[in-house]
Unconditional design. Structure first.
Length: 533
């Protein structure tokens, strides 16, 4: 995907770069010769096509950035689930180890008891055997039994006492043998339980290893998606710059075309005014020539008449005709009016140029506005809080819990960190947590923060969101109240936070962050919340 994006970026950037270069050359040429250029229709069409292509490419990149951002968000939610998988496996492993240790201790105690029973039995058996041998020896020699006896009755009593002692020793041996057998059976039973406990420990250890491996693999996938997301943002910003440059190139060519047309119109207006002035001057010259000719003709006629007439009064009237020269002034006035008309024509041309320039500016402003558009944002979901509040001791407990959590604002996130007494050092995960040094930080993860907060009111929660989700009473999200636990992922197996009210929650979000207040995120949330008080 990134390689194709780079190819496309290169494909669209080359013609845009050419247009920009051409525009710069045109600008430099204009400065050099101080003469408006007239770009061809082909140049303008090519620039517009390049701008259109750049805009289409930008739209595809915006869609790609949005898609990549969604994938990163989904992976981050999945990472929360996998982190809780590891937390669960570690809790189960710890319990399995404790059970295996207890089983081993019981087996050791049973084996010690069995060894003691065996030793007691051996000692009693030895005494019994010795007594039996004594009886057998004395039985073969009655004299030895009766020796020293005052009479037969005393001898019989001695023999009876010896027999009773033998019977007692035999009963002791039988009892010890029975105890030995029971101890052996108990040791065998406990040994079997110990083997089962050790097997459970091995299974829990394997599950913990599998969970950490899955988390590490997902972390690698997340890092790749984050890199693609960052590259998509870079490509999008570059495409925005290219589109802006392409639009500027189009505007520059249009501006050059408009300047050229304005210059041509100005020249045409000047040529028309000069031609009209020349025509008026020629007409004036012809009128003056005609007037002079008429005067000469009139003078000639008057002379002829004077020579044939005897009176001088008519000659005087002829002189008065000189006043016709005033028509020359009238002709000059007409010329002035023509000049004024020419000036008015020029003013009309300038007004047209100003209007076209304004339209061009508005078009440029529209293009610039469209280039600065941003992708549509998804509206935040409506806050489902009912507004009802609790009272009495339950409300006091809720406030105690929230106050304890709020007291940890700003404490670093540390994966695996936190217990009922406060923040603790995090643990290694082989991925994101290690990259942020969580194992060297003292802080909380999400379930560590909630178990710490609720410990303030004597509620003991396990350090795993899935087990925390099984506690308390469940209510629909629409009935959430201040102090409720909010969960994400199937059966709460992902993330947990404490609801504060007004659409806010307090959480320990992820590695690299801190305990903070955030808007409630409804995407991926479980349909129920958990109420513990």
């Amino acid at each position: 995907m990134p390689s194709n994006r780079k190819v496309r970026a290169s494909y669209w950037t080359r013609p845009i770069a050419g247009i920009i270069t051409a525009g710069l050359l045109a600008t430099n040429t204009q400065v050099a010769v101080a003469q408006p250029l007239n770009p061809s229709d082909a140049q303008i069409r090519q620039a517009r096509e390049a701008a259109s292509n750049a805009e289409s490419y930008l739209q595809s990149l915006v869609a790609e950035v949005t898609s990549s951002e969604r994938r990163v968000a989904d992976l981050e939610l999945r990472m929360g689930t996998l982190r809780e998988d590891v937390n669960k496996a570690m809790v189960d492993l710890e319990n399995a180890r404790a059970a295996a240790d207890r089983a081993r201790v019981a087996v050791d105690e049973a084996r010690t008891h069995l060894d003691r029973s065996r030793a007691e039995l051996a000692s009693a058996q030895k005494q019994f055997n010795e007594l039996a041998r004594t009886i057998m020896r004395q039985g073969r020699s009655n004299g030895s039994i009766l020796e020293g006896a005052r009479d037969a009755s005393e001898a019989i009593n001695r023999l009876s006492a010896l027999r009773r002692e033998a019977d007692r020793q035999e009963q002791t041996v039988d009892s010890l043998d029975k105890n030995r057998t029971e101890a052996a059976n108990q040791e065998s039973t406990l040994r079997k339980k110990s083997d089962e406990a050790q097997q459970a420990e091995a299974t829990a250890n394997q599950r913990n290893t599998d969970a950490q491996n899955a988390y590490s693999e997902a972390n690698q996938e997340l890092q790749k998606e984050q890199a693609d997301y960052q590259q998509a943002q870079i490509d999008r910003d570059a495409a925005k710059a290219s589109l802006e440059a392409a639009r500027n190139a189009v505007n520059e060519l249009n501006s050059q075309r408009q300047d050229y047309e304005n210059e041509q119109a100005r020249k045409e207006a000047e040529d028309a005014a000069a031609k009209k002035a020349a025509e008026e001057a020629a007409a004036k010259t012809r009128a003056e020539a005609k007037t002079n000719q008429d005067e000469e003709d009139s003078s000639s006629d008057s002379a002829d008449e004077s020579s044939s007439s005897t009176g001088s009064t008519g000659s005087t009237g002829s002189t008065g005709s000189t006043g016709s020269t005033g028509s020359t002034g009238s002709t000059g006035s007409t010329g002035s009016t023509g000049s004024t008309g020419s000036t008015g024509s020029t003013g009309s041309t300038e007004s047209t140029d100003s209007t076209e320039s304004t339209e061009s500016s508005e078009s440029s402003s529209t293009d610039s506005s469209s280039s600065s558009g941003t992708p549509a944002q998804t509206a935040a979901p409506t806050n489902p809080e009912t507004g009802q509040s609790t009272s009495g001791s339950s409300n006091q407990k809720v406030e105690t819990v929230i106050a304890r959590a709020m007291g940890q604002l700003g404490v670093p996130y540390a994966w695996g960190g936190g217990n009922a007494n406060g923040p603790t050092k995090g643990i290694r995960d082989g991925g994101v947590a290690d990259a942020h040094g969580d194992y060297n930080k003292v802080g909380f993860d999400c379930s560590g923060l909630t178990l710490y907060a609720y410990a303030a009111v004597g509620i003991n929660l396990p350090h795993y969101t899935g087990y925390q989700y099984q506690r308390g009473k469940h209510y629909p999200v629409s009935q959430m109240k201040r102090g409720d636990l909010l969960f994400w992922g199937p059966n709460g197996h992902g993330h947990v936070a404490i609801y504060l009210g007004d659409g806010k929650m307090i959480e320990a979000p992820q590695s690299g962050s801190v305990v903070k207040i955030s808007p409630v995120r409804y995407n991926g949330m479980t349909p129920n919340v958990v109420r513990l008080v």
